[in-house]
Write a protein that binds this ligand. Structure first.
Ligand code: PRP
Ligand code: URA
Length: 249
């Protein structure tokens, strides 16, 4: 299959997986797409041209903060919509304005969001945009800059959290230490593992694999699994420090 990439005609042996674009365009751009992971409980968003373009924007070191926020929010919306697809529904038949019935479904069960502060708070608005007046709990966990080990400082969760589905929010999933600590807090409050959905933008393959094995009933919804971690346990190619880019840079 011939595709045009970086201005050159080249043979793309992996074209169906690694080229992007609509079927009516014979020449398609090349792009790196998510690494696959062999765990059924890790769900990677479809690697569409839109998603890859949004990720390209937020990964770019030259992207200004306003654009970083705007494009991150678009990805967060996709993650929330996909996460909600994992919640149970029941049949519901309604009548339309023209008097016909429609066999549909409605959401069942109660949900709440829990953000891992600080960066996870950036995902709260995306959840609120889809679920009006959703309850949101907070867990403040900070990764030590030198050891990369997480430390738990604070949590404040809805009192009835054990009866709810929990959408756990954190954009970056590096070693998985912070997410693991947050899940341990949720489990200690009675939330069953299979009612936790962890939504995140970029995961490392090692973080995702360790976590998926440790919590086999918990579901992860991620936009992208990257190549790995560097010597400082930053995700590569990654996007740098999400919290800094969203809040302070
Ligand atoms: C970042 C990120 C995750 C964590 C990921 O937060 O938002 O919580 O690191 O790393 P891990 O998977 O190796 O634990 P950080 O502690 O830097 O705080 P911040 O949210 O204030 O940026
Ligand atoms: N936290 C971030 O914000 N980025 C990384 O790559 C790792 C941890």
């Amino acid at each position: 299959i011939f595709v045009k990439a970086e201005g050159r005609d080249m043979v793309n042996a992996k074209a169906p997986e690694h080229s992007l674009g609509p079927d009516y365009r014979p020449e398609k751009p090349m792009a790196t797409v998510s690494t696959k992971v062999p765990h059924d409980n890790v769900h990677i968003l479809p690697q569409t041209p839109q998603l890859i373009a949004l990720l390209t924007m937020i990964r770019d070191r030259n992207t200004a903060r306003a654009d970083f926020i705007f494009y991150s929010n678009r990805i967060i919306r996709l993650l929330v919509e996909e996460g909600l697809n994992h919640l149970p529904v029941v049949e519901q038949t309604i009548t339309t304005p023209v008097g016909r019935s429609y066999a549909g479904v409605k959401f069942q069960g109660k949900i709440c969001g829990v953000s891992i502060m600080r960066a996870g708070e950036a995902m709260e608005q995306g959840l609120r945009d889809c679920c009006r007046s959703v309850k949101i709990g907070k867990i403040l966990i900070q990764r030590n800059d030198d050891t990369c080990k997480p430390k738990l400082f604070y949590d404040k969760l809805p009192e009835d959290i054990a009866e709810r589905w929990v959408l756990l929010l954190d954009p970056m999933f590096a070693t998985g230490g912070s997410a693991t600590m947050a899940v341990d807090v949720l489990k200690s409050r009675g939330v069953p593992e299979d009612r936790i959905l962890f939504l995140n933008l970029i995961a490392s393959p090692e973080g995702a694999s360790n976590f998926a094995q440790r919590f086999p009933k918990l579901r992860v919804v991620t936009a992208f699994v990257d190549q790995g971690l560097d010597e400082k346990n930053y995700i590569v190619p990654g996007l740098g420090d999400f919290g800094d880019r969203f809040y302070t840079l």
